[in-house]
Design a protein around this ligand. Structure first.
Ligand code: PLP
Length: 232
């Protein structure tokens, strides 16, 4: 179990250094621990080290873990592909949904969120490199989706999320982050009160922070490798 504490500690040091290298204040990047495919007990251990934001990409797996961890004060983020028959579960069991990429899902998340709960925090996922197999909307759709998200009563639009193309060089990855950043800035200029630019994972968080990310989503480098990969 020790390696896991080491993992979180290493990631925290990397965040601190990345902020420094980017000329940013330490602590300006929020860390989301992605515990998908790991057991509730591993999440509990990371929680005991002070981590509070956790990300999951499969609704039923997440709900089982949430039940095991209901004594903890965790902020839960959904980051996976969303099938429309899962929106009810997701809207009731999560605090954030970062992977919204179509109108139908947005409308269902709002209408199914309980009126007693705080509004659901939303990031719109952008398919920044226009990869056919990848989730996320085209940049051209962002404006209409942002306007709709703002109108829906049970949602609070917080920002954008992206996953750049894999297997390319650092310059290309940075360019994907930079283009996402400029979409985010453009929405802010139009008056959307966004505060979350969710980009960067285990392999590229430093590049994301250089380009203005303020939330990184880290799985492998905190929890170790996952037994079985899932793709989104
Ligand atoms: C799995 C996942 C991550 C974490 O990836 P690692 O490379 O393990 O850090 C981040 N974001 C999303 C959307 C994911 O599905």
């Amino acid at each position: 179990m020790n390696f896991k504490m080491q993992g979180l500690e290493n990631v925290r040091l990397r965040l601190e250094k990345a902020c420094k290298d980017a000329g940013r204040e330490p602590g300006t990047v929020r860390l989301l621990a992605v515990g998908k495919k790991h057991l509730a007990e591993a999440l509990r251990l990371i929680y005991s080290q002070g981590q509070r934001d956790f990300g999951e990409n499969e609704a039923q797996e997440a709900v089982r873990k949430q039940s095991d961890l209901r004594d903890l004060d965790i902020t839960w983020h959904f980051i996976g592909n969303i099938q429309s028959n899962k929106t009810r579960l997701i809207s009731r069991h999560f605090d954030w949904v970062q992977s919204v990429d179509r109108e139908k899902i947005l409308r269902r998340l709002s209408s199914q969120r309980s009126g007693d709960a705080a509004p659901l925090n939303i990031c719109l996922q952008v398919n920044i490199d226009a990869e056919p197999q990848k989730a996320g909307m085209a940049p051209a759709e962002l404006h209409d989706m942002a306007r709709l998200a703002r109108e829906l009563p049970q949602l609070r639009l917080r920002g954008l999320m992206c996953i750049p193309r894999a297997g390319v060089n650092e310059d290309a990855t940075r360019d994907s982050f930079r283009r996402t950043r400029s979409l985010y800035d453009a929405l802010r200029k139009q008056g959307y009160p966004l505060d979350t630019l969710s980009m960067g994972m285990s392999g590229d968080l430093e590049l994301a922070i250089l380009e203005g990310s303020n939330m990184v989503r880290v799985g492998t480098d905190i929890f170790g490798p996952r037994a079985q990969e899932s793709h989104n």
